[in-house]
Design a protein around this ligand. Structure first.
Ligand code: 5GP
Length: 176
């Protein structure tokens, strides 16, 4: 696939993604056993994954979203994270599962987990579609993980580069 300047290669196909979403949903269903769950999606990257996942959960879930400062057009995290759009749902006393697209350095997600922990949820877990452990700077424990990816910039299935490529049904690596 070629998008003018950017050469994209399929790293994880839509079929593999679909199988993994089913596997994650059954793990989550098994662990929460019908308990009401608050899913918090990290915008914008997690929206496709969360939409697929939520339809396979046999649990009474509520969903909310949070938006954190992103890389913009850069491929490196600045290391500073801010809440750009906050939650509308109270978290205190709830079983909370954070849905993230990718854990890279770990800076963004550990900021978010600390932020949520201060709001006193009954429980707090993390479900990440992808993990790039080679670049980790902060220790993060991922309770439900889809895929481990190599040290490449990935796009598609919700993940963007400068707001492009979120719509791609496969996860692709950007080679250039
Ligand atoms: P971290 O703070 O863990 O370094 O970065 C996490 C955030 O950076 C993710 O939520 C995602 O928005 C962005 N990010 C990190 N690696 C990639 C990547 O390979 N592709 C895309 N599209 N975004 C990434």
């Amino acid at each position: 696939m070629s998008h003018r300047k950017h050469r994209l290669e399929v790293l994880i196909s839509r079929e593999e993604i679909s199988q993994v979403v089913t596997r994650l949903a059954s793990e989550i269903n098994r662990d929460y056993r019908g308990k009401p769950l608050l899913l918090i999606g990290v915008l914008k990257g997690a929206f496709v994954f969360m939409a697929d996942l939520v339809r396979q959960l046999g649990l009474p879930v509520e969903v909310d979203f949070i938006r954190l400062s992103s890389y913009g057009a850069a491929r490196e995290s600045s290391g500073r994270v801010k809440v750009v759009q906050g939650l509308k749902t109270p978290v205190e006393g709830r079983d909370v599962l954070v849905i993230e697209d990718i854990v890279d350095t770990g800076i963004t997600i550990s900021f978010l987990l600390d932020y949520l922990r201060r709001k006193k949820p009954a429980s707090l877990k993390l479900c990440a579609l992808t993990d790039k452990p080679s670049r980790r700077q902060v220790t993060v424990s991922i309770d439900y993980l889809g895929f481990t990816v190599p040290d490449k910039f990935v796009v598609g299935y919700g993940l963007d580069f400068d707001e492009k490529f979120r719509y791609l049904p496969d996860i692709c690596s950007m080679e250039n």
